[in-house]
Design a protein around this ligand. Sequence first.
Ligand SMILES: Cc1cc2nc3c(=O)[nH]c(=O)nc-3n(C[C@H](O)[C@H](O)[C@H](O)COP(=O)(O)O)c2cc1C
Length: 204
Amino acid sequence: MNILAVVGSYRKGKTIDTLIDKAIEGAKEGGGDHVHVEKLYLIDKNIEYCKNCMVCRRDDPDKPIAKCIIADDMQTIYPMIEKADGFIFGTPVNMGAATAIMKTFLERTCWVLAKPGKRPIRGCPTPRTTRKKMAIIIVSSGIISPVFRRWCDDATPLIKSFCACHLNAKVLGSLYAGGVERKGMDIYLDEAYKLGKKLVSCVQ
Ligand SMILES: Cc1cc2nc3c(=O)[nH]c(=O)nc-3n(C[C@H](O)[C@H](O)[C@H](O)COP(=O)(O)O)c2cc1C
């Protein structure tokens, strides 16, 4: 089983990176030897902005990966996403939303892994893959505590909808590590571990 962990933080070894590691630990302990995890640090990659050329959206809908004309690291990342059975997405909540690198990554994946669907809204993205996948989401915030999450976290709903419309992935759970500047992240480690374990228990 292939798990792809996408790190949308600007900092290695800090909150998101550590919580993702904990989820990976849970996944490996839950799934044993047949769990293969790839950790993708977006910050290390050359990922250009989408150019809105629409070559991907017009490409053959039967292709699992549509053509993207931008020659950068996304060309090697697309097959990694396509190959994965499960995903761990992690991003700090900056200005109430996913980080710019996470958003850039999502935009670049948008019509490459999805095609215009017919229902319920004509043209709405539908995943190119028919393989059912699973995902978990981990977000963190510096100041906002978990009780205010619903008003201050646009990152989780964005990634959730990306999972449904672009990856054919069901989101099994999400962790909001809120107020880490005051509380630290240690109180969230156990929840991250459990989410990782849950992920592999649900992936076929
Ligand atoms: C540009 C910027 C905007 C931020 N906006 C918010 C915010 O809206 N709410 C909040 O609670 N924390 C905010 N933070 C704090 C980050 O969310 C926090 O440092 C991050 O979750 C820690 O993740 P990391 O350790 O993986 O970098 C912001 C940080 C930066 C750099």
